[in-house]
Design a binder for this molecule. Structure first.
Ligand SMILES: [Zn+2]
Length: 635
């Protein structure tokens, strides 16, 4: 998937196999009342009591890891190969696959991505990472990490996860290595791996295991697949890929690459499923580039093209075409500038210096001589395109003569943001061209027509669809099966599934999975997801909070004065004086009732009681369940 910084949907909760208590009910039915709500303020409903009990649980639980024994299988036997997808097979993103060769004892890791998360599912969490506990446990045997290409769902996790299993060397091609190093610069305190630059066509030994690299077609240059040699046969892993083709006839270089792979004895094949829900062949990138070139050539006013910064080839072709037709280019957005710098450094971009002009010089040229290349086609709030659309850009103001091309698809989860962007653009009366109206975007991932063709060329005995949500893996498996591949030789994994291929002949899928709970990057912390923290954030976002501050005389159990109430995001207090007065009376009564005949006074008990009572009361009166936080000061 294209790694533009965009929220991706979180995994479906039902796939959540993390240990721990069940989630609380998310909310009561609107307009309904909590069960047993008739009991009045002094007898709050059991559901709200349950919510409050969950809310009261400590936010961090260091013993969590020990609650269920984690599964760490013994090393695989000498005539077997083990494959463990650690991430990326229940989602798009956080790709990581471990391959363990019995003959050498080596573990090789393929990719170390992360996944962007949606604010709604995990508020405040920055990224989700693959779970690397299996690798941590076996760190001494992890001989290297091979990165197939430079997209963030394949490299994004590197600074966070590599130090957890001994910072082994990274093997990758030139462009990818530069992109990884660029990223590492943002984390100067993190230990860095040795970077080994490799080339496709090359075959090298990592640890004691021989691997060879081969080129694949994807939306970023220097994308590669890898074949891992074992005495029983090879394991082939594709990374992300599509097929270069003309009207569904694979290009010659594809026939050659895949034909060569197919000459080996391949026992296991792992391939990209991201676009497996689509049949046939995807639009080849060259058609997109041709369309864009036609637009650049013929458009009469100013042209603004919004795209992903990771689309190196496309950006380069746009710039070359602009130069060819005597136009000047303005680049907008840090990621585009960064990646063009990388493209120049690696010799991919070779246009004249004076072709690129700064935005403030736009006025010095006629509009039809200007092409603006911009980030933000996903409707990102602060990206250049949105700033242009909302008149916040210093030098670029839209007019009716402008043409805007959104050279990208809409990443799931961004639909509303993109709609907003389109509306804002249209308010200026511009002409808008997008992927639904014209071939201005193609995916980097093959449809089933391509995937099945590739699968046939490789001719492996066993097959595992990878990279994508479960539905995508299923569709990939189905298509391959329908092409004649034996169903019993296909494995559809979850994150953490352990697959052993014995003697190159038999597939054994372990009943248990290695640890696969999501690891999250939350500000400066990295760790297993803390469900309680996330739930607190969701609850705060939904119904706000209600803080009670009261001082209790420890001798008598009486309140020293009327309690203070602070609330945020719950109700507007100034317009709720009646509710507040009733709440104060109830707080006083609850505290004093609970402390009656209590000696010494147990403030924790009183607090719990108060939380339950007030949560029930507030829910009954407002149909909202704010987080109730009592602060009792004993004096
Ligand atoms: Zn990719």
């Amino acid at each position: 998937m294209n790694p533009a910084p965009a929220p991706a949907p979180a995994p479906h909760p039902s796939r959540d196999t993390r240990p721990g208590p069940a989630r609380p009910p998310r909310r009561f039915e609107r307009g309904g009342r909590p069960p047993q709500g008739r009991g009045g303020p002094s007898r709050p409903g059991s559901a709200s009591r349950r919510i409050q009990r969950i809310l009261r649980r400590p936010s961090s639980n260091p013993t969590r890891v020990n609650r269920t024994a984690d599964y760490f299988p013994e090393p695989v036997g000498p005539t077997s190969v083990r494959i463990i997808p650690l991430g990326g097979v229940e989602e798009v993103g956080r790709n990581m696959t471990a391959i363990e060769v019995g003959a050498t004892g080596d573990i090789l890791v393929f990719d170390a991505g992360f996944q962007f998360v949606s604010e709604e599912a995990s508020p405040g969490v920055d990224y989700i990472l693959p779970n690397t506990r299996y690798l941590e446990k076996n760190a001494a045997r992890v001989k290297g990490v091979i990165i197939t290409h430079g997209h963030l769902d394949h490299i994004g996790g590197i600074p966070f996860v590599m130090p957890r299993f001994g910072t082994p060397p990274i093997y990758t091609q030139k462009l990818t290595s530069i992109m990884i190093q660029r990223r590492q610069e943002e984390y100067p305190d993190v230990p860095k791996s040795e970077m080994v630059e490799v080339e496709v066509g090359q075959s090298i030994v990592i640890g004691s295991t021989r691997v060879k690299f081969f080129p694949v077609t994807h939306s970023i240059p220097d994308s590669m697949g890898v074949s891992i040699e074992t005495p029983q046969g090879n394991v082939v892993i594709t990374g992300d890929l599509k097929l270069d083709h003309d009207d569904s006839i694979p290009a010659e270089h594809e026939v050659k690459t895949w034909g060569d792979i197919g000459k080996d004895k391949n026992i296991f094949f792992i391939a990209d499923s991201t676009n497996a829900e689509k049949d046939g062949f995807s639009i080849p990138e060259k058609r997109v580039i041709q369309t864009l070139e036609d637009i650049i050539k013929t458009v009469s006013g100013r042209l603004i093209i919004g795209t992903f910064a990771s689309q190196f080839e496309r950006m380069i072709c746009i710039m070359e075409a602009a130069e060819k037709f005597g136009k000047k280019i303005v680049t907008e957005g840090r990621s585009i500038k960064n990646n063009l710098e990388i493209a120049e450094k690696t010799g991919l971009l070779t246009i004249k210096k004076e072709t690129i002009i700064p935005a403030q010089d736009i006025g010095n040229y006629p509009p039809d001589k200007i092409v603006i290349l911009s980030t933000g086609a996903q409707g990102e709030e602060f990206a250049a395109l949105m700033r242009i659309a909302t008149r916040q850009h210093k030098y670029i103001t839209l007019t009716e003569r402008d043409t805007i091309v959104l050279s990208s698809s809409v990443i799931p989860g961004n639909e509303i943001a993109v709609q907003k962007l389109k509306d804002n653009l249209y308010r200026h009366g511009v002409t808008l061209i997008h992927y639904r109206s014209s071939d201005v975007h193609s995916t980097g991932h093959g449809n089933t027509g391509e995937l099945v063709w590739i699968n046939k060329q490789v001719g492996a005995k066993f097959f595992m669809p990878s990279y994508g949500y479960h539905s995508m893996l299923r569709c990939h498996a189905k298509a391959v099966e329908q092409s004649g591949f034996p169903k019993e030789n296909i494995v559809i994994p979850d994150n953490g599934t352990v697959i052993d291929i014995e003697d190159g002949e038999r597939m054994h899928v372990h009943k248990q999975k290695v640890p696969s709970a999501q690891m999250v990057v939350d500000g400066f912390t990295i760790g297993d997801i803390q469900e309680v923290v996330i739930r607190d954030r969701q609850s705060l976002a939904k119904d706000g909070m209600f803080v009670i501050i009261a001082s209790v005389a420890l001798k008598t159990g009486k309140l020293r004065k009327s309690p203070d109430i602070i609330s945020r995001g719950f109700i507007y207090l100034r317009e709720s004086q009646n509710l507040l007065n009733e709440a104060r009376i109830l707080i006083k009564k609850t505290i004093e009732d609970s402390t009656r005949n209590m000696n010494p006074i147990d403030l924790d008990y009183v607090k719990n009681n108060l939380t339950d009572v007030m949560a029930g009361f507030l829910f009954q009166r407002t149909n909202k369940a704010p987080m109730v936080i009592p602060v009792l000061i004993g004096m």
